[in-house]
Design a protein around this ligand. Structure first.
Ligand SMILES: [Zn+2]
Length: 446
């Protein structure tokens, strides 16, 4: 374009009447994201879960939705609000994350709010706040609040829930009773929902995330194949029904969209073979407790540190980077090692961490290992998760209600697609969020 034409265009633009900014279309005034922690979609389908099944029938279901790797609560609950992979948001693992100098970073067990500084991407709570909308993040385990940057109100279940029930969340029995132990685990979700509803009644917030954690506790304690697991999914379905009834009473149900999903699935594992058992400090040779040590590496004097990323996968920090390839080769000889991922990927790793969108430079472990399902990490639990296997990675994903397409069954989606889709449902412009995921157009009403 010539300078003259440019000038003419500029003049025209200046002369044109300025259209008033159209109000953003807001298909829904409220979005409730109900996370059924550790719920496998195949078990949800076969459960007597009439409320969620009806939401699915009236809305959109993704049959091949996946979480991010490692398939673990802390990681997923940052992927959800940021709409991005761990390789982008930087919360790459479990209880322990080290920086490049092996300094331990606060990952949220003690101070989840301080750990928010580690999150390298904005959240949909920040986007909502910038537009004057309000939000709640109700965390069952406390450390999910690492992903709560910008939420108007937060609930830290670790502090607000009944302490006796909370302390027994992984116990197979309480006062000699498995029934009481199961009831405690289920009640934690009931109580967290009640605490959330108290805030909802008062403030009618626009965006709500609740982690209904009971299926995870039951899955670890008895395994996903045991009847209490599916019964707990059914119990949580009842809670979703109670939530809907409450929103009806408040007069906001018609303007509410629901997202029903989970942070990860579950593997049924053989709990007799415990790798790097916790609580056994009788260690010879290398120092450090066994929970953080792999015998195969210790025997060769490779200084390392093991971090638990869900019970069925682990991360390994290796002090001497020149010995990473040697560590990989040693681990690949172990019968309990199903896959090894590392960065950069020497030829003998199965995949690179960056190909799994899980590599955050200066923070990721040097390698990650998926355990075979005949082994469990640290604790003898019959249910674990964390691997890249379908059982661990696949999650339910149902969208339903205001602004959502009716009766659609779709295929692939990722937990990172939820945040950009929620922005669209709330009519938010997406000027704050920097998601890796996509808007799930096929789930939107036209
Ligand atoms: Zn878990």
């Amino acid at each position: 374009m010539s300078l003259l034409a440019l000038a003419a265009t500029a003049l025209l633009a200046a002369a044109a009447p300025v259209a008033p900014a159209a109000p953003a279309a807001r298909p829904a005034d409220h979005v409730f994201i109900l996370m059924l922690d550790g719920t496998r979609p195949d078990f949800l389908r076969r459960a007597r879960a009439p409320v969620i099944h009806a939401l699915a029938a009236q809305g959109t279901t993704f049959l091949q939705a996946e979480t991010t790797y490692p398939s673990q609560t802390r990681v997923a609950f940052v992927s959800l609000p940021t709409g991005s992979y761990p390789g982008s948001h930087g919360i790459v693992g479990g209880d322990e994350i080290k920086d490049a100098s092996w300094k331990d970073l606060e990952t949220g067990n003690n101070d989840p709010i301080a750990a928010q500084a580690l999150v390298a991407r904005p959240t949909f709570f920040e986007e909502a706040a910038a537009a004057g909308l309000t939000s709640i993040y109700a965390a069952m385990k406390g450390y999910e609040l690492v992903g709560a940057k910008g939420a108007t109100w937060t609930i830290n279940g670790k502090q607000t829930l009944d302490q006796a029930a909370y302390a027994a969340r992984y116990a197979p029995d309480v006062s000699g009773s498995a029934d009481l132990a199961l009831w405690y685990k289920q009640r934690l979700s009931r109580d967290l929902l009640d605490q959330t509803l108290a805030l909802v009644r008062e403030h009618k917030p626009n965006l709500v995330v609740i982690n209904l954690g009971s299926p995870d506790y039951v899955g670890h304690t008895w395994g996903p194949e045991a009847p209490p697991y599916v019964h707990t999914i059914e119990f949580v379905d009842g809670l979703v029904g109670d939530l809907k009834a409450e929103l009806q009473k408040l007069g906001i149900l018609e303007r509410t969209a629901f997202v029903v999903s989970a942070d990860h699935g579950f593997s049924d594992v053989d709990p007799t073979r415990v790798i790097a058992p916790a609580g056994d400090t009788a260690r010879q040779g290398t120092g450090g407790d066994r929970a953080h040590t792999l015998d195969a590496l210790a025997a060769r004097g490779i200084e390392h540190f093991v971090t638990n990323t869900g019970g069925a996968s682990l991360g390994v920090y290796v002090r001497d980077k020149a010995r990473v390839a040697e560590a990989v080769a040693l681990l690949r000889r172990e019968p309990w090692v199903e896959a090894v991922y590392c960065e950069p990927a020497p030829a003998h790793c199965d995949l690179s961490l960056s190909s799994l969108h899980s590599y955050f430079p200066g923070r990721s472990p040097d390698l990650m290992v998926d355990l075979d399902d005949d082994a469990t990490l640290n604790f003898p639990q019959p249910g674990q998760h964390g691997t890249h296997r379908t059982n661990d990675m696949r999650i339910p994903l149902v969208l339903s209600g205001a602004g959502v397409a009716h009766g659609v069954v779709a295929g692939k989606a990722s937990i990172v697609d939820v945040a950009p889709t929620v922005l669209r449902l709330l009519g938010l412009p997406g000027t704050v969020l920097r998601p890796d995921g996509r808007v799930l157009e096929e789930a939107l009403a036209r």
